[in-house]
Design a protein around this ligand. Structure first.
Ligand code: ATP
Ligand code: MG
Length: 259
């Protein structure tokens, strides 16, 4: 069974893309077949994997001009790239019937080829994110440890609940993790505890520390394991990827009992 996971937070710059890239690469390194989808017109995930001027993109597929054409990056890891043109998609698709279901339909014929499909969402909760949520069973939320971070989450929780009620009853927030963490800062520890008290065992134990190599790796078109395998960033995302795989059994069991 395939796990389809959206990585989302409408707040910008909380390390959604960095996390998508490195969780995906970490899981692929552990032997799982992974497809990554860039649903953000900023195309940061696309660039992070060193893809430039792809022949087809998620934009073509969403418009019905082409099928989904995954690009093989290395063993176990494929990417469906994005393009700046995707910024027009929300408007262009807004009057289309069943516009929330387009990505789900596109994934149906190919999803069984993968163990994991990870979708990097844009920093908004518009039609692109709704397509990602409609196609996913799981949402992971990266959170930066600021006081207002939790307050801002109300909106995404509302949207996930609405999608669950109206469109996709399978969707759940199954993982929350803290990014850009500095354990020396009392504030960061406090916020981590608040997040834990709110989300309980859905909070991953791995906390992603600030690490300059994570910011440098994308400009080299490499994930952190290939760019700097011995840095803290590789260690933290390696731990996180392991935790994601460890929760597999529980997730799939819960899914079966629901079906
Ligand atoms: N742990 C980290 N240590 C240092 N820099 C980081 C870390 N995680 C992310 N960054 C840097 O922070 C910036 C924002 O990260 P990223 O692009 O992943 O966030 P995002 O949530 O995807 O942003 P957007 O909302 O624009 O899509 C980037 O420059 C990235 O390289
Ligand atoms: Mg991003």
């Amino acid at each position: 069974m395939t796990r389809i996971i959206s990585i989302s937070n409408h707040k910008g710059g909380v390390a959604k893309t960095t996390s998508a890239v490195n969780i995906g690469a970490g899981i692929a390194n552990l032997g799982k077949k992974v497809l990554m989808i860039d649903m953000d017109p900023q195309a940061n995930l696309t660039v992070s994997f060193g893809i430039s001027n792809p022949e087809t993109t998620i934009y073509d597929a969403l418009r019905g001009v082409s099928e989904l054409k995954p690009i093989k990056i290395y063993k176990n890891l494929d990417v469906i790239p994005s393009t700046l043109d995707l910024s027009g998609a929300e408007m262009e698709l807004s009057s289309e019937a069943g516009r929330e279901f387009i990505l789900r339909e596109l994934l149906d014929p190919i999803k069984e080829k993968y163990d994991y499909i990870i979708i990097d969402c844009p920093p908004s909760l518009g039609l692109l994110t709704i397509n990602a949520f409609t196609a996913s069973e799981e949402v992971f939320i990266p959170i930066q440890p600021h006081y207002l971070a939790i307050k801002g989450l109300t909106k995404i929780l509302e949207v996930v609940n609405k999608i669950k009620k109206r469109i996709n009853r399978k969707i759940e927030i199954t993982g929350v993790f803290v990014t850009l963490f500095d354990k020396r800062k009392v504030l960061h520890k406090d916020v981590y505890e608040t997040i834990e008290s709110y989300f309980g065992d859905r909070v991953f134990r791995a906390r992603i520390r600030e690490n300059i190599a994570l910011a440098e790796a994308p400009s080299n078109g490499l994930d952190i394991f290939r760019y700097a395998p011995d840095c803290n960033g590789a260690f933290d995302y390696g731990r996180l990827a392991k935790e994601v795989i460890e929760m597999e059994k529980t997730i799939l069991k819960n899914r079966e009992t629901k079906e």
